[in-house]
Design a protein around this ligand. Structure first.
Ligand code: GDG
Length: 471
């Protein structure tokens, strides 16, 4: 196997399999995300990516994607059930999101988590050049840094957690809490979305493992592990360029007409997930319709809720509940040809999604807990004319940066209603001043800046990045 100086390890490879127009099967880069973040840093030296390609057969041999080598890790049906749907998505996911749904603990899931993490660590060890840099992503792979360090002590290892990291009182529920913490501490640098998460982690390292810990450094024997906040972002310039494209602005104009040319369009775009606060938001909206504060057809709500992880039972139950609520609201408040809510579950292509961002006078992003929430940032970047109000949950990581949003506590129904009304009724001057400040923040803090700041902190001496960008 060819070895690379920089290896990204993530649960999924950043590609989708597609049928080309001529009927041939091809691999295509999935849009956005880490690959485009890394691209400017890696113009000359190819990086590698270790991850699962989808499917349960043997790992496919894959072509390079944008100069990045793809190494597929095979997963079996049992791995998928017990690692992905089990420990990752039914134990860690709810636990890390304030346990808004009850986390489940099963010993079989933990065994699968260890087994799959070991497989990823071995694949990363095989893919990395001597003294190379390996960057491990997210909650599916928290044991990989520790396992990889045992296999390859020469490497510099980074770990980044995309979701939030819970307070000690919650994390302490985990039957194998010490092993998980030790797994992460195999890294040289552990990145979180928010400073509060780094603080939670330091407290746990001190409490559970009795290690000397501050919010920036943890002593592990001879080693010092650094921790900190590195809030992820989006490709701001690419989003703004897409939003300004004539076909996208035309599409936005037509969409507005198709919606009945209302005075106010409210938009929400979420994965169908119980952390996203969809039910609470619909309830608030229903009360505003019932009180007459919001009227159909002057105002419409567009709710995009793309199903994901739908084999996990919780998500199926949520979908049924949301659809029940939408049906009820449309039945009570809609008229023929004038629904109160336009509810869509099919995935949109990127340009169509951005056209929707351009139509929305108010973007309602009100998760109960979210590591960052990229939708909020995408909306801001797409409002190239400084219009549009962002209603944002204070429990989204994005709230720590987008302070000019209309911030709400999504658990507080009255607060949520007031926030939505304030956003709907804001003056154009107020909206523009807030949007300008948020756009400026994202212009300076885009995804390339994020990747650069993380990798230069990981590669403290700068020698590796210099080698990567100048060879
Ligand atoms: C995890 C963390 C953290 C959505 N619908 C469509 C579509 N999307 C795209 C959005 C956005 C992405 O999906 C969703 O990203 P989020 O950040 O909002 O949420 P999670 O999926 O939960 O992501 C989160 C993130 O990791 C990154 O660190 O921010 O907190 O939970 O980019 O645009 N894209 C298209 N059609 C759709 O219908 N094309």
């Amino acid at each position: 196997m060819r070895q690379s100086p920089l290896v990204v390890v993530a649960n999924r490879l950043p590609i989708d399999d597609n049928l080309a127009p001529d009927g041939a099967f091809e691999w295509r880069r999935s849009p956005g995300g880490l690959v485009s973040a890394l691209h400017p840093l890696l113009r000359h030296t190819p990086a590698a990516w270790v991850g699962w390609a989808g499917g349960t057969g043997p790992a496919p041999h894959l072509p390079d994607v944008d100069g990045v080598r793809m190494h597929a890790v095979p997963l079996t049906g049992d791995d998928l059930r017990d690692h992905e749907e089990g420990f990752a998505n039914a134990t860690l996911w709810p636990l890390y999101h304030d346990a808004v749904e009850q986390p489940e603990y099963h010993r079989r899931w933990w065994e699968a988590y260890q087994r799959v993490n070991q497989r990823f660590a071995e694949a990363a060890a095989a893919a990395a050049e001597p003294d190379g840099l390996v960057w491990v992503q997210d909650y599916h792979l928290q044991l990989v840094p520790g396992l990889l360090r045992e296999l390859r002590p020469d490497l510099r290892i980074g770990f980044f957690l995309h979701v939030s990291f819970p307070p000690p009182e919650l994390f302490m529920q985990l039957p194998r809490r010490a092993e998980l913490l030790r797994g992460m501490l195999g890294a040289d640098l552990i990145g979180f979305q928010r400073a509060q998460a780094a603080h939670n982690f330091a407290q746990l390292a001190a409490q559970v493992l009795e290690l000397p810990a501050t919010d920036r450094r943890i002593g592990v024997g001879e080693r010092v592990v650094r921790i900190g906040a590195f809030p992820i972002s989006i490709d701001t310039a690419e989003m703004a360029a897409l939003a300004a494209r004539p076909d996208v602005t035309d599409r936005a104009r037509r969409l507005r007409q198709d919606l009945g040319s209302p005075e106010r369009v409210i938009l929400s775009v979420d994965r169908m997930d119980y952390t996203k606060g969809i039910e609470q938001r619909l309830k608030a909206y229903r009360e505003l319709l019932a009180s007459g504060d919001v009227k159909v057809p002057d105002t419409v709500l567009v709710q995009v809720a793309v199903p994901s992880r739908n084999r996990v039972a919780h998500h199926q139950i949520l979908r049924d509940r949301v659809e029940h609520q939408v049906g009820r609201i449309n039945g009570e408040f809609g008229r023929v040809g004038e629904p109160a809510i336009h509810y869509l579950t099919q995935p949109f292509d990127r340009a169509e999604l951005v056209a929707l961002y351009r139509v929305a006078d108010v973007m309602a992003v009100t998760p109960l807990r979210d590591g960052m929430n990229l939708v909020a940032k995408e909306y801001v970047a797409a409002r190239v004319d400084d219009t549009g109000a962002l209603l944002l949950s204070e429990f989204a990581g994005a709230a720590a940066e987008l302070e000019q949003a209309y911030l709400v506590n999504p658990h507080d129904l009255d607060g949520l209603k007031q926030g939505l009304l304030a956003a709907l009724r804001a003056t154009p001057e107020d909206v523009a001043a807030r949007m300008r400040a948020m756009r400026e923040h994202l212009r300076r803090n885009d995804i390339q800046a994020w990747a650069r700041s993380y990798l230069s902190a990981l590669d403290a001496s700068g020698s590796l990045l210099r080698r990567l960008t100048t060879t």
